[in-house]
Design a protein around this ligand. Structure first.
Ligand code: C2E
Ligand code: CA
Ligand code: CA
Length: 637
C-alpha cells in the first residue's frame, strides 16, 4: 500500500472542509434571502418574539458572511477554530429560520407570511443538505434544527393542514438525509481518487529523479536539485561544483562484472554522502560520473573539500573479499569566479575534469579560462587527426644520431610531422597525446613504423632507424605482429630497427608488455630506453629487459638541469652502461661545448640540433651520401 488510509482520509477531509468556505457567494445570497424574508414576515406579524428572532437572525447572517469572506484572507492559524465558528453560525442560523417559521404558525400570522416563511425555511433546509454534504453531520444537523420547530408547532396545531405539513416535513428529513449521505460518499470517493493519483504522480516523479544503483539523484534529479539549490543560495561566499569521474572504471566492469561495478558505485556514493553530511547536492551523472554542488566560505575550503573527496574515492574498496583500488579525477568550477549560471558552471567543471584526466588522472583540477582554448584545440585535433592520414598531411622526418668518437651517422630517429593546411606545422607533443587518448595512435604508429622501415631500407646496412613507441600502441592486440609485418614489407632486417620506449611502459608491467618485448627481441629488434632521467629513473628493469641504448633526456644536456649534477648522473649511467654493454645517447645537443661535455661524461652517441634537425627522408639520404664522400671534421673536445 502506497499511502495509509488515514493519510488519505485526513487530506480528503481537509479538501471537503475547504468547500465550506470557498463559496461565500452562495452563503451571502442565502443570507440576503433569509434577511429579506424574515424582515418582511416580522413587519407583517408585528409580534415582538418574531421581531426579536428576526433581529437575531440578521446579526447571525451578517456575522457569517463577514466571517467567510474575511477570515480566510486574514489567514487564521488554527483552521479548526474557523470550523467551529462556522458551525456555530450555521446551527444558530438554521434554528432561527425554523423557529421564525414555526412562530408564524404559532402566532397565527397572515397566511401569506406563514407560507412565505415556511417555504423559505423548508427550501433553505433542503438546499443546505446538498450544499454542505461535504460535512454531512453539519448539513443534517442544520436541516434538523430548521425542521424540528416547524414539525413540533405544526404537529401540535389543531389544524389538520398543519398536521399534514408536520408529517410531510418529517418525511422530508430522512429523504434528505439519505441524499446528503449519498452526495457525501460520491464527493469523498472522487476527492480520494484525485488525492491518490496526485500522490502517485509525486512518487513517480521521485522515482524518475533517482538513480537505482546508488539511491542518489540521477541526471534529471540533479538538474532539478541544482536549480533549486542555486535559487535558495544566499548572496556572498562561493558555490562550487565538483565533477568526479572514476578512473578506468570500465576496466573494472569488464574484468570483474557489472555487479561488482554497481557495488563500487554504491560504495562511492556512500563515501561521498558521508563526506558531504547532508549539505549540498549529490548525484550520479550516468556511468561512473558524480556531481557534487555545495556552498563554501572561500576557495581554500573548496580546495580542501576536493582533496578530501579525492582521498575518499581513492581509498581501497573491499567488495566480496576483493580489494579494489580505483582512482578518480575531479574537475571543479566555482560561482562567482568561473561563471554566473549553472550551465557555465557545469561546462567549466567538465573542462576542468577533462584536464585532470589528460594530465594523468587521480587529481583535482580547477577551471581556468585557458583550459577552454586548449580543449577546443584538442577537440579540433582529435577530429582532424583521423583525416590527416588520408589527406597525406603527415610525414616522417629523420634526425641523425651521431657517433661522438668518429662523427659518423649511426642511426636516424623517426619523428612524425603534421603539416596542417590551416594550422601550419603541429608539434607531436600536441597531437600524439590526443592520438593516444582516442586510440588513433595504433593505426598512426603502424603507419609510422612502415614509413620509417621503408626509408631505412634504402640506407647503408650499418645505419639503423629508431622509432618511438607509445605505451598505448604496445597494449593494442597484435602490436608485435604489426611491427614485424612492416619490417617484412620493407625488407628491412629486424636488427636495423630500434624501438624507443619510455619508463612508463615498464612501470605497469603487464604480461602484454613482456610478451611484446620478448617476441620482438627474439626476432632481432632492439630497444632503447627513451627520455632517461625524466621519470623514476629506476635501473631495476635494465636487468630484466635487454636495452641496446639509454637515451639521456635533453634536459640533462641542454636544458635547465644541465650542469654539475647532471654531469655526475650521466657519468654514473655511462659507467653502468659500459658494464651492461649498452650505449648512451645524449639527446638535445645544441652546442659544441655540449658535445665535449657529454663525450667526456662517457656518452658514446649524440643527437641534437648541433648535428642536424629532423629532416625529410631525401635529405637524410643526402646527409648519408655526403658523409661517405667526405668525413666531416668532428670538433674535438
Ligand atoms: P623524443 O622521442 O624525445 O624526440 C626527440 C625530440 O627532441 C624531438 O622533438 C626532436 O625534434 C627534439 N630535439 C632533437 N634535438 C634537439 C635539440 O638539440 N634541442 C631541442 N630543444 N630539441 C631537440 P619532436 O619531434 O617535437 O618530438 C617530440 C616528442 O614527440 C618525442 O620526443 C616523442 O616522444 C614524440 N614523438 C615524435 N614522433 C613520434 C612518433 O613517431 N611516434 C610516437 N609514439 N611519438 C613520437
Ligand atoms: Ca625518442
Ligand atoms: Ca627522448
Amino acid at each position: 500500500m502506497l499511502l495509509s488510509t488515514n493519510a488519505i482520509d485526513d487530506r480528503v477531509r481537509q479538501t471537503l472542509v475547504q468547500t465550506l468556505y470557498t463559496q461565500p457567494t452562495s452563503l451571502a445570497m442565502g443570507a440576503a434571502a433569509g434577511i429579506l424574508t424574515t424582515s418582511v414576515v416580522a413587519i407583517y406579524a408585528s409580534q415582538p418574539a418574531i421581531t426579536f428572532a428576526t433581529v437575531l437572525l440578521c446579526v447571525v447572517a451578517f456575522a457569517r458572511v463577514a466571517l467567510s469572506t474575511m477570515l480566510p484572507r486574514l489567514g487564521v492559524e488554527n483552521p479548526r477554530r474557523l470550523e467551529i465558528a462556522y458551525e456555530a453560525g450555521a446551527f444558530s442560523y438554521a434554528f432561527l429560520i425554523g423557529l421564525i417559521a414555526a412562530m408564524t404558525i404559532h402566532f397565527h400570522s397572515l397566511p401569506a407570511a406563514q407560507v412565505l416563511m415556511v417555504a423559505n425555511a423548508v427550501g433553505y433546509a433542503t438546499g443546505i443538505a446538498a450544499r454542505n454534504a461535504g460535512r454531512p453531520l453539519l448539513a443534517i444537523g442544520q436541516m434538523l434544527l430548521t425542521f424540528i420547530p416547524i414539525v413540533i408547532v405544526a404537529g401540535t396545531s389543531p389544524e389538520p393542514a398543519f398536521k399534514m405539513l408536520a408529517v410531510s416535513v418529517a418525511l422530508l428529513a430522512p429523504a434528505m438525509m439519505s441524499i446528503t449521505i449519498n452526495v457525501f460518499r460520491v464527493l469523498r470517493s472522487s476527492v480520494a481518487a484525485a488525492e491518490t493519483s496526485a500522490r502517485l504522480a509525486e512518487r513517480m516523479q521521485h522515482l524518475a529523479r533517482t538513480d537505482v544503483v546508488t539511491g542518489l539523484c540521477n541526471r534529471a534529479g540533479l538538474d532539478h536539485a541544482l536549480a533549486e539549490h542555486l535559487e535558495r543560495r544566499k548572496p556572498g561566499g562561493c558555490f562550487a561544483l565538483f565533477w568526479l569521474d572514476l578512473d578506468r572504471f570500465k576496466d573494472i566492469n569488464d574484468s570483474l562484472g557489472h555487479q561488482t561495478g554497481d557495488k563500487i558505485l554504491a560504495e562511492v556514493a556512500r563515501r561521498l554522502r558521508a563526506r558531504l553530511a547532508n549539505s549540498g547536492v549529490l548525484g550520479r551523472f550516468g556511468g561512473d560520473e558524480f556531481v557534487i554542488a555545495c556552498e563554501a566560505r572561500d576557495r581554500r575550503e573548496v580546495e580542501n573539500l576536493a582533496l578530501a573527496l579525492l582521498g575518499d574515492v581513492c581509498r581501497t574498496f573491499r567488495i566480496d573479499e576483493d580489494r579494489i583500488e580505483i582512482g578518480c579525477s575531479i574537475g571543479v568550477a566555482m560561482l562567482p569566479d568561473d561563471g554566473d549560471d549553472l550551465d557555465t558552471l557545469m561546462k567549466g567543471a567538465d573542462v576542468a575534469l577533462y584536464h585532470a584526466k589528460v594530465n594523468g588522472r587521480k587529481q583535482v583540477s580547477f577551471f581556468d579560462p585557458s583550459m577552454t582554448r586548449d580543449l577546443v584545440r584538442r577537440r579540433e585535433i582529435e577530429a582532424e587527426l583521423r583525416l590527416a592520414l588520408q589527406r597525406d598531411e603527415l610525414s616522417i622526418f629523420f634526425q641523425p644520431i651521431v657517433d661522438l668518437a668518429t662523427g659518423k651517422i649511426r642511426a636516424f630517429e623517426a619523428l612524425v610531422r603534421w603539416f596542417h593546411p590551416e594550422k601550419g606545422e603541429l608539434r607531436p607533443d600536441e597531437f600524439i597525446p590526443v592520438a593516444e587518448e582516442t586510440g588513433a595512435i595504433v593505426t598512426l604508429g603502424n603507419w609510422i613504423t612502415a614509413q620509417a622501415a621503408k626509408a631505412a631500407a634504402g640506407w647503408p646496412e650499418d645505419v639503423t632507424v629508431a622509432v618511438n613507441l607509445s605505451p598505448v600502441q604496445i597494449k593494442a592486440p597484435g602490436a608485435a605482429l604489426g611491427i614485424l609485418n612492416a619490417l617484412r614489407e620493407a625488407r628491412l632486417p629486424p636488427e636495423r630497427l630500434e624501438l624507443e620506449i619510455t619508463e612508463t611502459v615498464l612501470l605497469d608491467q603487464t604480461k602484454q608488455t613482456e610478451d611484446f618485448m620478448t617476441e620482438l627481441a627474439e626476432a632481432g629488434v632492439r630497444f632503447a630506453l627513451d627520455d632517461f632521467g625524466t621519470g623514476y629513473s629506476s635501473l631495476g628493469y635494465l636487468a630484466k629487459y635487454k636495452f641496446g641504448k639509454i637515451k639521456v633526456d635533453r634536459s640533462f644536456v641542454s636544458g635547465i638541469n644541465a650542469g654539475k649534477t647532471s654531469d655526475a648522473i650521466i657519468r654514473a649511467v655511462s659507467e653502468m652502461a659500459l658494464t651492461l654493454d649498452m650505449e648512451i645517447v645524449a639527446e638535445g645537443i645544441e652546442t659544441i661545448e655540449q658535445v665535449a661535455a657529454v663525450r667526456d661524461a662517457g656518452c658514446t652517441l649524440g643527437q641534437g640540433y648541433y648535428f642536424s634537425r629532423a629532416v625529410p627522408d631525401y635529405l637524410a639520404t643526402m646527409l648519408l651520401s655526403q658523409e661517405r664522400d667526405r668525413m666531416p671534421k668532428l670538433a674535438a673536445g
